[in-house]
Ligand binder design. Structure first.
Ligand SMILES: C[S@@+](CC[C@H](N)C(=O)[O-])C[C@H]1O[C@@H](n2cnc3c(N)ncnc32)[C@H](O)[C@@H]1O
Length: 260
């Protein structure tokens, strides 16, 4: 049986609901595809419902939650029920490995990264969030410090991620700027749409809300609702409404392994 991630996010029950607010964003998809470069075969670890799997490549997905696999579209890449820490593939089975917004759920990040670099030959591409940017999003600094604390604790530090993949030919860390109308509703995606954080459908697509539950998130969100109503939010953060994109600390880590 697949191991459940350390934070016990209910991806086993979120399943079909995930896709309602978590639609891959085309701009992020382009960045991930460019980073995969000349790879032809790719393993997508923590694949969920298949977001960001490039259609022009031969993708094998790996996902530990049956409910997420069941919610994959019929045309999505084949998916193996497994966790990052114990993938059923021989060494160097794929040109590249990818993992998108999943590392922070793994039971053992060090072991998962080691597996990923074993099964990938040339390159690993990861989208994650840099916990050094824990002051970048008004929602967590001013309303929900519990999310800020939790995310600082569960997202691995980038030096740890890079070291775990043992680059042989260098690595790159590129900012992934979040556009104001980002279609993939992860935590930072709604930075310019504050009302969205009050929407239960949006909350369902964000693991931090699911983990903490309404007892913790309810009162701060009631405060946000009141600030939006009174104009206080706009007084404090209205400058953001002028921006089209923002650096919230999302990073694309590309690690080069052996020579092609
Ligand atoms: C936020 S979702 C991201 C899914 C997909 N990569 C995307 O970008 O939409 C996190 C995914 O990581 C999966 N996950 C949790 N623990 C894992 C583990 N130990 N190994 C691999 N995937 C895991 C979850 O089941 C979930 O599908």
């Amino acid at each position: 049986m697949a191991r459940r991630g350390r934070e016990h996010t209910r991806y086993d029950v979120i399943g079909a609901d995930y896709g309602r607010t978590r639609r891959p964003d085309l701009r992020i998809a382009r960045q991930i595809r460019a980073a995969l470069g000349d790879a032809r075969t790719v393993v997508n670890v923590g694949a969920g419902t298949g977001a960001y799997e490039p259609h022009d490549l031969e993708v094998t997905a790996v996902e530990p939650e049956a409910a997420m696999i069941a919610a994959r579209p019929p045309a999505a890449a084949p998916c193996v029920l497994a966790a990052a820490e114990s993938m059923p593939f021989a060494d160097a089975s794929f040109d590249a490995g990818m993992a998108v917004l999943t590392l922070h759920h793994w039971t053992d990040v060090t072991a998962g990264l080691r597996e990923l670099r074993w099964v990938a030959r040339r390159r690993v591409v990861l989208l994650t969030w840099d916990p050094e940017f824990d002051d970048a999003l008004w929602l967590t600094t001013d309303y929900l410090p519990a999310i800020r604390l939790r995310d600082r604790a569960i997202f691995p530090r980038l030096p740890h991620v890079v070291a775990g993949l043992q680059p042989q030919r260098g690595f790159m860390i590129d900012p992934v700027l979040i556009v104001h109308d980002c279609s993939d509703g992860f935590l930072g995606a709604w930075w310019r749409r504050p009302e969205a954080y009050l929407d239960p459908a949006v909350q369902t697509g964000i693991s931090s809300f699911c983990e903490l539950g309404p007892k913790v998130t309810g009162p701060p969100l009631a405060g946000l609702a009141a600030d939006l109503e009174s104009g206080e939010w706009e007084r404090r953060f209205g400058g953001l409404l002028e921006l089209d994109e923002l650096d919230l600390g999302y990073r694309l880590v590309t690690v080069e392994l052996t020579a092609p």
